[in-house]
Design a binder for this molecule. Structure first.
Ligand SMILES: [Zn+2]
Length: 152
């Protein structure tokens, strides 16, 4: 029981689950330190890793802002994120929280903290399903795709 508890802990850097002090991603020298992708839960890093596209680092918040449930910034790993930015190596912070009320509120809050530091803050585009047609997209998806449109 104690042994199992000892094995899994939080990465000292990104706060994801790991069996070591620092996780495999944070200790991989091939991954750039210039980008940090912020996610709500450790499982979200796995979802992004499956895309084999992203070569930066992660930061796990362990939740989303939810004032109604008493979850404020101090309940999330925000302090730890800000501490990582002090080194000056990070250029871009990608906010990859879900397109829900809590996810959007959390992204807006973090953007308000990070933009004044002079960081490039981006948000995932919650786009149209691949191969999907405008007509058949639900309104929330379409609205979101518009709202987060990016130059091509
Ligand atoms: Zn880590």
């Amino acid at each position: 029981m104690l042994e199992a508890k000892d094995k899994i802990r939080l990465c000292a850097t990104c706060q994801s689950f790991t069996e070591n002090d620092v996780c495999e991603i944070c200790s991989d020298p091939r991954r750039t330190t210039a980008q940090i992708c912020v996610v709500a839960e450790p499982k979200d890093t796995a979802a992004i890793e499956r895309l084999h596209e992203y070569r930066g680092r992660y930061h796990v918040l362990h939740g989303l802002l939810s004032p109604m449930d008493g979850v404020g910034p101090e309940q999330l790993r925000v302090k730890e994120l800000l501490a990582r930015l002090e080194g000056g190596e990070v250029e871009e912070v990608i906010l990859a929280t879900n397109p829900t009320i809590e996810g959007d509120a959390t992204a807006l809050y973090l953007a308000s903290l990070l933009k004044p530091i002079g960081l490039n803050v981006t948000r995932l585009a919650h786009g149209m399903p691949i191969g999907g047609e405008l007509d058949y997209a639900d309104q929330a998806t379409l609205l979101s795709a518009f709202e987060y449109r990016r130059p091509v």
